[in-house]
Ligand binder design. Structure first.
Ligand code: ZN
Ligand code: ZN
Length: 364
């Protein structure tokens, strides 16, 4: 099922506008609330029925059925037809929203946004394409030191706004530590210097709650890069509506919530350990006799987060630069052209000391 976002007034294509926070028609300017845009109609053939133990005759039949449903949900490379121009749209299996390559209409694929694949939450784009272009330009210092073809208007025009799939977890952590600590001091009494060591038994227990700890569930984008894009402001989370996707790319998750849980448990365990550590203060030495950390998942939310991507082929390597589509934060350093740096330095200074300092600055 292909969702399109047609203007109720003129039939033109509508796209989500980050400034208005609404859909806007590209032809006549008509505005529409995201909630009023087309909804995904649940299709029985792929929806997942709630588990009902009583109605399953035997195990073999049940597992068979499950497998069949899994296949149809995740879908192989599939052909969709554009509602506006009728052209066949072939996409990679993880893409859930894109533009029709023939007529440019915004489309979303219902099958990849429903059932288990239905997002719970979304943070809409607040950085518009124009703002993103300006942000990349500033980040690359207007292209003064980057290779000549890096900051061209054409390349900037090709930046892609993509909703990247994340899992957000509410976690509860029960942390317990048992330590032996000492306080040491030395003082003079008469002709003697006294070294005094007092021993303490220190016990800590904490119940900690961590809300909305994120893990990126995209198969395509690099985890480290996505981690560096944080933080997002989760106060601006909205209930998911397909209309937010109009005009952007979107990807469905490639790893399910359980698949990333270990990563999140390790992360909150570290938070809890450093919290406990911060409460044991004022001792000369601390020795942990035992430490117990129990992490428990309370809830998870399948969430789409906004990212602007800039792709660049450099010396035969394809590179991706990413910007947080809510805050404008860019990850990484732009490619630096050695020739251009040298040119600027010779104009500005000409001295070898300046060359070294500047080079070390840019090559970090
Ligand atoms: Zn219109
Ligand atoms: Zn089309």
């Amino acid at each position: 099922m292909v969702l399109d976002f047609k203007c109720p007034q003129c039939g033109g294509g509508m796209e989500y506008d980050s400034e208005l926070g609404k859909l806007q028609c590209r032809s006549c300017g008509f505005e529409q609330a995201v909630e009023d845009a087309p909804e995904i109609e649940e299709d029985d053939s792929v929806s997942v029925e709630p588990f009902d133990g009583g109605s399953i005759p035997d195990e073999a039949e049940f597992s068979n059925e499950t497998e069949e449903k899994e296949t149809s949900l995740y879908g192989e490379e599939q052909e969709f037809f554009c509602n506006s121009c009728g052209a066949a749209i072939v996409t990679e299996p993880e893409v859930s929203a894109t533009h029709c390559p023939y007529c440019g209409s915004a489309v979303a694929f219902g099958e990849r946004l429903q059932g288990k694949l239905a997002p719970d939450k979304v943070i809409p784009f607040t950085v518009s394409k124009e703002e993103a272009k300006a942000g990349f330009r500033k980040w690359a210092k207007n292209g003064l030191l980057t290779p000549k073809d890096f900051m061209t208007e054409k390349r900037l025009g090709e930046i892609t706004g993509i909703y990247v799939p994340f899992w957000l977890y509410d976690m509860h952590v029960n942390a317990e530590a048992d330590c032996s600590c000492t306080k040491k001091r030395s003082f003079r009494r008469g002709d003697y210097i006294i070294h005094e060591t007092k021993h303490y038994h220190v016990y800590r227990r904490a119940n900690l709650n961590y809300k909305k700890v994120p893990a990126d569930a995209s198969v395509k984008l690099d985890d480290t890069m996505m981690d560096l894009l944080e933080p997002y402001d989760y106060r601006r989370l909205r209930k998911f509506e397909p209309g937010y996707l109009a005009g952007f790319q979107a990807e469905k998750y490639g790893v399910d919530a359980d698949g990333l849980l270990m990563r999140i448990k390790n992360r909150v365990s570290e938070y809890a350990q450093s919290y406990i550590k911060s409460t044991i203060k004022g001792y000369s030495t601390t020795t942990y006799n035992s430490q117990n950390i129990m992490e428990e998942k309370q809830q998870e939310y399948y969430t789409l987060l906004p990212v602007w991507l800039l792709k660049y082929e450099y010396k035969g390597e394809s590179k991706i630069y990413a910007m947080n589509g809510q805050t404008g934060k860019v990850v990484g350093k732009p490619p630096i052209s050695g020739a251009r740096v040298a040119k600027w330095i010779s104009i500005l200074y000409g001295g070898s000391f300046a060359v070294l300092t500047l080079l070390s600055y840019f090559m970090v």
